[in-house]
Design a binder for this molecule. Structure first.
Ligand SMILES: Cc1cc2nc3c(=O)[nH]c(=O)nc-3n(C[C@H](O)[C@H](O)[C@H](O)COP(=O)(O)OP(=O)(O)OC[C@H]3O[C@@H](n4cnc5c(N)ncnc54)[C@H](O)[C@@H]3O)c2cc1C
Length: 402
């Protein structure tokens, strides 16, 4: 096999772009094929959604030189408050109690996208094809041969390792014959920003209600990012609301912890589906990010998890004698399994349990919240998870000790 052939990454969303940069940082040649033109406004996921980035994620983005372009736009999260309407008790995580300056940061996806594009421009071992689409793949003797349509021009490219970073509806996953397990939450999600009466001062809130979960994230200029989940059968009604009605709806769902909510920004709806690939690897091929697993956005795990996929893969590629070999891919699947399964199970379980209306569950949930809040080892374990620290994590995301 020719090791001089580049790794082929299909999809330059948040995760595919991060992977390309991580490989470049390690001096490994790759080709990044992205369907959208390399502009923030053209890239579908570089949009208005506000990303809660775990502390570990920011360590990783810093290690690959992206954070320097993003940090001015990010807002630190110093406190996270989780509660459920109608139950007593809450779980609080606090940066000072953990001895850190922030548990994580909030950053609009378009700002992270802009930072990734600026960092991509500085890559020296990377070839970027955008706008361009991978139209088909065929097995070759030593890997895969992809047919690419780059602005009407057809190209063929051989690779020892094909990476599907092409999102939830991954065409690469389908062409590799990898099946999925899917779950429809029968919910829709609305994302907006608002100005609360009281300064959020770095506090993030997650509130579970019978109608679905609500997340409120601190943003720059005293604003907050609001993520509202509604049952699918109410999606049209909420989409049709004028600003006054939408504010009242958000207020009713979130409560008054930050006083009156005012001045809503743009409102964007998103569908919610959980899609988990049956396996992460195929011969000389691997899945990362949403192509590997798409989780409910309310847990704020999708990109955090996807970046750990990308950085683990880059780390293994840097150490591999034969990039894409069965041994390397088996190690990738082994290293990612506990984080992937654990994060998917936790976010899925939490949303189902927290939103169930059975009256018997209320007291049990309240007790669980009190235990998590009051028992220091439990709270500490939860805070470590919240900050994105996991066993088997890639080195780049681990906390640096001074
Ligand atoms: C409302 C909302 C809020 C969220 N909040 C958070 C949060 O707080 N924290 C968090 O960690 N995550 C969050 N997420 C999840 C996060 O946004 C996703 O996990 C992340 O964007 C996934 O990135 P990706 O690169 O894997 O996929 P995508 O962003 O979907 O990128 C896939 C790319 O592949 C390209 N592509 C597809 N097919 C081809 C092809 N054949 N050839 C070339 N290119 C192709 C597409 O153009 C696209 O750019 C949120 C998601 C939503 C919807």
């Amino acid at each position: 096999m020719s090791q001089s052939e580049p790794i082929l990454i299909v999809g330059g969303g948040l995760v595919g772009a991060s992977l390309a940069i991580a490989l470049d940082t390690a001096g490994i040649p790759s080709v990044l094929v992205e369907a959208a033109a390399p502009r923030v406004d053209d890239q579908p996921s570089y949009d208005e959604r506000n990303l809660a980035l775990a502390r570990a994620t920011v360590n990783g983005l810093d290690a690959i030189g992206v954070w320097a372009f993003a940090k001015e736009r990010a807002t630190p999260i110093v406190h996270i408050h989780t509660s459920r309407a109608g139950d007593f008790g809450s779980v609080r995580m606090d940066a000072a109690a953990e001895g850190v300056d922030a548990l994580g940061w909030t950053l609009p996806a378009r700002e992270l996208g802009a930072a990734l594009l600026r960092r991509l421009d500085r890559c020296t071992h990377l070839t970027r094809l955008a706008p361009a689409r991978v139209e088909g793949i065929e097995r070759s003797e030593h890997g895969w041969c992809a047919t690419i349509d780059a602005a009407g021009e057809r190209r063929r490219l051989s690779t020892p390792l094909l990476v599907g970073a092409d999102g939830t509806a991954s065409g690469i996953r389908a062409q590799l014959g990898i099946g999925t397990r899917e779950h429809d939450y029968e919910q829709a999600l609305f994302v907006s920003t608002m100005l609360p009466e009281r300064d959020p001062a770095g506090r993030a809130f997650e509130r579970f209600t019978d109608g679905g979960p609500v997340a409120v994230l601190p943003l720059a200029d005293r604003r907050v990012g609001v993520v509202l989940t509604v049952p699918a059968d109410r999606a049209d009604e909420v989409a049709a609301m004028d600003d006054t009605a939408f504010l009242a709806f958000a207020q009713e769902r979130f409560g008054w912890r930050l006083g009156r909510l005012t001045r809503p920004g743009k409102r964007a709806p998103y569908p919610i589906r959980r899609v988990a690939a049956d396996t992460l690897v195929a011969p000389r091929a691997v899945l990362v990010g949403n192509a590997a697993q798409t989780v409910h956005p309310i847990g704020a795990q999708g990109f955090n998890l996807g970046l750990r996929d990308a950085l683990t893969l880059a780390e293994l590629a840097a150490d591999a004698a034969d990039i894409g070999s069965p041994a390397m891919l088996a190690e990738y699947a082994r290293r990612r399994a506990p984080d992937r399964e654990g994060t998917m199970a936790m976010s899925h379980g939490l949303i189902r349990l927290a939103c169930l209306e059975q009256p018997m569950l209320g007291p049990l949930r309240s007790l669980a919240m009190l235990a998590l809040d009051r028992v220091p080892p439990l709270r500490r374990a939860l805070s470590r998870r919240g900050m994105g620290f996991r066993e088997n994590a890639p080195f780049a995301v681990r906390e640096k000790t001074p």
